[in-house]
Write a protein that binds this ligand. Structure first.
Ligand code: ADP
Ligand code: ZN
Length: 273
């Protein structure tokens, strides 16, 4: 059975698994109601295990193209013990590998259109399944449609939404000067997040390239698609009462660390970091 991330049964499974490992298996009576086993199990857990369970957090990072989702998610990954699932990165990888599915995906990405929901959902499921038990995640670029959001409801529990609020003019400036490492995917910007050596990745020495969908025409389309299809999802999560952490960026030169700190403060207020 595949358990949904973050649900009670998911936590119970981790606790029971740990208990069975720590004590002799005969101490868990299989006919006992789960709720009793759960209660007894938590009594026996070491505090270390409890801490690990408490810090597990599932987040969605939301914002227009170029609002900085990927940049911040990469930095939050280090601070929160989570994996990042970025559907755009996964699609670009599929395109690079030039598989039949990659070729299909390419036709949408190049035009700035959304990849069909069925393909996207498959990709999400595959990548969620790879996350080690007990580790949380940040979704970057998923969900983008109501159908995707509803599908996610059946798979994972979301603890909070990080909402990036960035004016249009910053988005356009940033996207047209964005460069990516072809090797490790690190994100740079020729204006305010320059690599130390021209067009070379600081982290791995890979070459930097410009995404083929970072051209003025495709950028415009992506922003339209975001406003029409993705932005309404904010209402969907507000109605479901999922907590929000808002991070604003009003200046082009604001360093990523400042915004990341704002997000971390918001998560701390919610008891999630
Ligand atoms: P950005 O947020 O800057 O537009 P991404 O890397 O997140 O960039 O996405 C790039 C492209 O990948 C999108 O324009 C779209 O074609 C495709 N894509 C990514 N995530 C999804 C998704 N959840 N559903 C459909 N298409 C997606
Ligand atoms: Zn690199």
């Amino acid at each position: 059975m595949v358990l949904a991330h973050g649900t009670d049964s998911y936590y119970k499974a981790i606790i029971l698994e740990t208990l069975v490992k720590e004590t002799s298996p005969s101490s868990v009576n299989p006919t006992e109601p789960t709720v009793n086993i759960f209660r007894d199990a938590t009594k026996n857990l070491t505090s270390l295990v409890k801490v690990e369970l408490l810090v597990m957090v599932n987040l969605i990072i939301f914002g227009a193209p170029g609002s900085g989702k990927g940049t911040y998610a990469a930095r939050l990954k280090e601070k929160l013990n989570v994996e990042v699932i970025a559907t755009g990165d996964i699609f670009r990888e599929m395109i690079k590998e030039d598989t039949p599915l990659g070729r299909k995906v390419k036709a949408y990405v190049e035009k700035g259109l959304l990849v069909p929901d069925d393909i996207t959902l498959e990709v999400l499921k595959e990548n969620l399944a790879k996350i080690p038990r007990g580790k949380g995640f940040i979704l970057d670029g998923y969900p983008r449609t109501l159908k995707q959001a509803k599908a996610l409801d059946g798979i994972a529990k979301i603890d909070a939404i990080i909402h990036l609020v960035v004016p249009d003019w910053i988005i356009i400036e940033r996207l047209s000067s964005r460069r990516i490492c072809e090797n490790c995917g690190a994100i740079y910007n020729l204006l305010f997040l320059k690599p130390k050596k021209d067009m070379i990745c600081d982290k791995c020495g890979g070459s930097l390239y410009q995404r083929s969908d970072d051209t003025p025409e495709v950028i415009k389309r992506r922003i339209e698609v975001y406003e029409k299809q993705t932005q309404p999802l904010l209402e969907y999560y507000k109605e479901k009462r999922v907590p929000f952490v808002e991070a604003r960026c009003e200046k082009l030169e604001t360093p990523p660390e400042v915004v990341v700190q704002e997000i971390m403060n918001g998560l701390k207020r919610l008891g999630l970091a």
